[in-house]
Design a protein around this ligand. Sequence first.
Ligand code: G6P
Length: 369
Amino acid sequence: EEIEKSGYDHFMLKEIFQQDESIYEAMRGRINAAEGWVTVGGMQDHYNRIANAERFIIVACGTSWHAGMIAEYIFEELARIPVEVEYASEFRYRNPIIGPKDVVIALSQSGETADTLSALELAKEKGALIYGIVNNVGSSIARFTDCGSYIHAGPEIGVASTKAFTSQLVVLTLMALDLAHKRGTITKSHFQKLISEFELIPQKVKSVLSQAENIKSIASEIKSASNALYLGRGYNFPIALEGALKLKEISYIHAEGYPAAEMKHGPIALIDMYMPVIVIATNKNAYEKIFSNVQEVKARKGIVIAIVSEGDTEIKKIADFTIEIPHTEDVFSPLLSSIPLQLLAYYIAVMRGCNVDQPRNLAKSVTVE
Ligand code: G6P
């Protein structure tokens, strides 16, 4: 076991640090910016049905569900296909309206989650096309689907999912780019600009990982908190949910993720000098808005940990701690902004003496309903 950890203290840390490579593996053979193409092999046999779908319905649980939420933003923005994202367990127990013009996309690291598999059984009965995005080769979900793509993240041992999440995002983004290009919902030059940037992501991930020491020192400042709030807008809203989930899962600190603008409808009542507020503020589009959210938190003496883009000056001035990540297109920012949150949760959990690879009461794959 020690050897498999390759010198890391935990599988989770190893898996976090593998992400420059695992993201590259998810892209390999599916994108070539120099030649100007993206292709997702799994879509080819049913391409027309997928490209002309009335709706994509994404079903998943846990961290995979958060990847699905980001995919809703990505598919709608780039490919202009309407998307719904469902908790697999809710979907199957509410008599959903679904038919042959729908494509149901299942996201699952393990390929064995019982609720997700049951949701697919229901969708297949109703005639939808079933697409799987799975890590474990030959798993139950992979076998049940009509078509799909593996994410090639390699074995993920830590119960809290990290590298499978970013690899799911890569495959979903490639699908959206492929569809957008062929459906003509983005211009050729925009497509080219996006894929050239996308190919740079593994190297930018490396640069995020190189900030581990800074993140560790921030962790030591907030490790004794009882609660934490995560805020983000747009693509970074689901990242706020995922950051909060990571902290809950492995450190047992109560944490909530919220769309930053919703803060004033509830969580703001909780903010005081004991409340760490992690703000994901890399958005080019909504920078001013998120800046004013940070001001609101500071006015109530909350402790602000801000994830900002390199060279940020405004938020940096008022935040207590900042983590800088490389610039990228907003649509790719979750691939970078999720990583500091994984590391933050990891270091806090270790400092609190928690068993990060096998947190209490949680299982790597939930095969009961
Ligand atoms: C469990 C795991 C999570 C995972 C979720 C969904 O709760 O602890 O890490 O995100 O199941 O699993 P799946 O294998 O379907 O992605």
